[in-house]
Design a protein around this ligand. Structure first.
Ligand code: ADP
Ligand code: ZN
Ligand code: MG
Length: 478
């Protein structure tokens, strides 16, 4: 490739809090339009904003989890602009003193296309906190403004122009999303607009240092769209450069149906936001002890968790990957694993049985009837040979449906494994006596018939016989 892409991302993430950023309205998605509003988030004159401590704390957590320096002194500024989504005509944001600066996020592992990406650090320029704006809903002939979203705490994470391929941008977004979710900062549900992304991209000739002209693509609402838009834009810019044209700095939109970017505005039409410190809000001074206290309680990130699962629980990296895809699944496994002699067994049960049943039942692990302690108890019953694996699946199904303890199910149904040699031998004799033709086949040298007899004995025992004992006795007697 003649050109190298240079990519930097600006990611907006709604912070999950009970109330909005500067008023006490609920921060909740999906309510009837304009039912979660008050004079503060509607931008009435003369009202005073009161900052949400929890949102600020969550922003500091995000900063620490992305290796940022946390500002000891910070403030909010007014960003002036005129648009119906903001009746105050300014958005409260942060300009020169954001809460977090100079961090990085590590990427690596599987890229978008499934290929392995080399490990790399992507610089975080800053994370600042602002208020989200109203949502405009467009209808034929008119538009409506829904202020429920206005004033929701919104974090903006600005990356350094450190990414070089669409795959790296995708991996960065995935890593950032994991951090936000594991840090309990945001649910990052893109369908609810909780994570939104603008991308900046320029091309330069391979081997050169100087950055090319930056093009910004706004409002991408899925990681896939980011990947596609970048691929398209790399192609488009390369065509222009090849034709000897010079690019102008501009802002473009993405049409997902057509798979193309389109011009929104050029640099001449860029806004001057006239930032200035918001006189209604006091600057913040963070004592070092407060930041240290937050640091001491940081949650474990998925990358560290995956390493720990592989090291302490002897999982394959594939299993560790599957289990940490979701924070709650990871916590569920972690709990069960702690209670087991062979933690890997919990991974097997969760990745095969549990996740499948949950998806069939369209349930999430949070609402699962089987507690991790109960799954561990079931696995222990199999490990210590109280029941065999096949019966284990049966017990599992009942646990999944009823939430009962495995021991209670085993006792009530009399499912304890039949390991008494005399009793099993009697069943083996019975099976042999009933199937002389198969006995002859076995003795003629067809070892496959053994499986047939195992099946017969298991059936006679109603599935309860100890399978190893059955095989041993059959081999002796046949
Ligand atoms: P602006 O002042 O236009 O907002 P910034 O310097 O704040 O520009 O950068 C915004 C985003 O664009 C950042 O994520 C940054 O990494 C990225 N960026 C800056 N310059 C370039 C470039 N030449 N090519 C690609 N991305 C860039
Ligand atoms: Zn309000
Ligand atoms: Mg900027």
């Amino acid at each position: 490739m003649k050109y190298e892409a240079v990519i930097g991302l600006e990611v907006h993430t709604q912070v999950r809090t009970r109330s909005k950023m500067f008023c006490s309205c609920p921060n909740r998605f999906g309510a009837e339009p304009n039912t979660l509003v008050c004079p503060v988030c509607m931008g009435y004159p003369g009202v005073l904003p009161v900052p949400n401590r929890q949102a600020i704390r969550q922003t500091v957590v995000a900063g620490l989890l992305t290796n940022c320096q946390i500002a000891r002194f910070s403030k909010f500024d007014r960003k002036s602009y005129f648009y119906p989504d903001m009746p105050k005509n300014y958005q409260i944001s942060q300009y020169d003193l954001p809460f977090c600066e100079h961090g990085y996020v590590e990427i690596g592992g599987k890229g978008f296309s499934g290929a392995d990406l080399p490990a790399k650090k992507i610089g975080i320029t800053r994370i600042h906190l602002e208020e989200d704006v109203a949502k405009l809903n467009h209808f034929p002939g008119a538009s409506g403004v829904d202020y429920n979203r206005a004033g929701v705490p919104l974090m903006e994470t600005v990356s350094e122009p450190d990414m070089r391929t669409p795959d790296e941008a995708y991996a960065y977004l995935t890593a950032l999303k994991e951090i936000m979710q594991y840090g309990d900062i945001s649910d990052c549900d893109m369908e609810k607009g909780q994570m939104r992304c603008d991308v900046n991209i320029s091309l330069r000739e391979a081997g050169t240092e100087k950055f090319g002209t930056k093009i910004e693509i706004k409002n991408l609402n899925s990681f896939r769209a980011v990947h596609r838009a970048l691929e398209y834009e790399i192609w488009r810019q390369a065509e222009l450069l090849d034709a000897g044209k010079t690019l102008q700095q501009e802002t473009r939109g993405w049409n997902d149906d057509h798979g193309e970017t389109y011009l929104m505005r050029t640099k001449e039409q860029a806004h001057d936001y006239r930032y200035f410190p918001d006189p209604d809000l006091m600057p913040f001074v963070f004592p070092a002890e407060e930041i240290d206290a937050i640091r001491a309680q940081l949650p474990e990130l998925p990358a560290a968790m995956r390493e720990r699962f592989v090291r302490d629980y002897e999982l394959t990296s594939y299993d560790a990957e599957v289990l940490t895809q979701d924070r709650r699944t990871a916590a569920y496994f972690d709990r069960a694993a702690q209670l087991l002699k062979t933690p890997k067994l919990a991974a097997n049960w969760i990745t095969s049985e549990l996740l499948r049943e949950l998806s069939n039942a369209q349930q999430h692990i949070e609402t699962c009837r089987i507690a991790p302690e109960q799954l561990a108890a079931l696995i222990t019953l199999i490990e210590n040979k109280t029941i065999n694996g096949k019966i284990g699946k049966e017990v599992f199904a009942e646990m999944f449906a009823t939430g009962k303890d495995p021991k209670a199910i085993v006792d009530a149904k009399g499912l304890v494994q039949l390991s008494d040699a005399g009793a099993v031998a009697a069943l083996v004799d019975q099976a042999i006596a009933a199937n002389p033709a198969q006995v002859a086949q076995y003795q003629a040298g067809n070892p496959k018939v053994l499986q047939f007899f195992v099946g017969q004995v298991m059936k006679l025992s109603k599935g309860k016989a100890n399978p190893q004992l059955v095989v041993e006795l059959l081999q002796q007697k046949l």
